[in-house]
Design a protein around this ligand. Structure first.
Ligand code: ADP
Length: 302
């Protein structure tokens, strides 16, 4: 590849972004749609200089999604643990917003893929978090997104309070039209009694935040990569819980993760409560097909 800046640039056109990556005018010869995401349009861009890059686009009004994605990927990258794509630029063009990044050509996972993903995630969860949340222990210095939903990250010194006020409560408020008065009382009981179920972690962890099977990849060498995070500092169990929500992670991943991290008794009892955040977010983003799972989980804990 030509000269590449290692800074993420905020650009006012895709053309400007490409010039800043290669130092000269390069045009897009072919734009191939890439499927698999759930929030944005995604493309492989084949360029006039023979190189290829990965582009995601959305409407102008959703431009902040890409600011947040660039910062989130930057946070994961700064831990020097699991590989993430290099982000070159994000910004707005005529009628759309975009993020431009390194194109990863998928390949068959290596034999130790799952072990590497598990131990890599432990290293990420053990990384120092002090630069991500300067005025508190949990949260993040800026709000970001979970899918296209807003994710509040107001720093808090208590994980339990953070999970209540920045994770569950905002989602329940958005979903309130689905619930009647007696059900709202159950929700409020859960919010008031979270300390019966959750604990304050010994150490905060930088979380991927949206760790479902669509958000890891096997890179050109068959090694794991993480994409499309919704980072914040929280309890490591919240990331592991999400890997179990929709499945797709091999047993070897969990064996490697828990061997290196150590399991805290009672995780299975907390898992669904952590995933209630994602289920309610799915209810808010994608509609009532998620309602029965949300209701079941609230019944279980109330
Ligand atoms: P969305 O933001 O819409 O959820 P994703 O970030 O999940 O989109 O990306 C959509 C799909 O594009 C992914 O499922 C993955 O297959 C592919 N993808 C994501 N990042 C890259 C990349 N840097 N290089 C190549 N393919 C990628």
């Amino acid at each position: 590849m030509g000269t590449i800046s290692d800074k993420v640039l905020v650009c006012s056109s895709l053309k400007e972004a490409l010039i800043s990556v290669y130092g000269k005018d390069v045009s897009v010869e072919k734009k191939q749609a890439v499927h698999g995401g759930d929030a944005n349009d995604a493309y492989k861009l084949c360029l006039s200089n023979g190189e290829a890059l990965f582009l995601k686009s959305n409407s102008i009004s959703n431009a902040d999604l890409f600011r947040a994605e660039a910062e989130g990927v930057g946070a994961l990258m700064s831990t020097g643990t699991i590989r993430v794509p290099h982000i070159y630029a994000y910004g707005k063009d005529d009628g759309y917003s975009f993020i431009l990044m390194e194109l990863i050509e998928r390949s068959v996972p290596k034999k130790d893929f799952w072990e590497k993903l598990g131990t890599g995630l432990v290293a990420m969860h053990k990384a120092d978090t002090s630069s991500f949340v300067t005025d508190g222990k949990y949260g993040l210095d800026k709000d970001n997104y979970i899918g296209t939903g807003k994710q509040k990250n107001t720093p808090n010194s208590s994980w339990i309070e953070f999970f209540s006020e920045c994770r569950l409560r905002p989602q329940f408020e958005l979903a309130s039209r689905y619930f009647d008065g007696s059900f709202i009382r159950k929700i409020n009981w859960i919010l008031d009694n979270l300390d019966r179920f959750l604990f304050e972690p010994e150490k905060p962890s930088l979380l991927h935040g949206d760790l479902w099977a669509g958000n890891f990849m096997s890179d050109e060498t068959g090694q794991p990569m993480l994409i499309d995070p919704a980072v914040y500092v929280g309890c490591s169990e919240a990331d592991i819980a999400m890997t179990e929500l929709f499945g797709g992670f091999d047993r070897k991943f969990y064996d490697a993760y828990f061997k290196a991290m150590g399991a805290i008794p009672g995780y299975e009892d907390r898992r669904d409560l952590y995933n209630l955040y994602h289920l309610t977010n799915h209810l808010n983003l994608f509609g009532s097909s998620y309602l029965s799972a949300v209701v079941r989980t609230i019944e279980k804990y109330s």
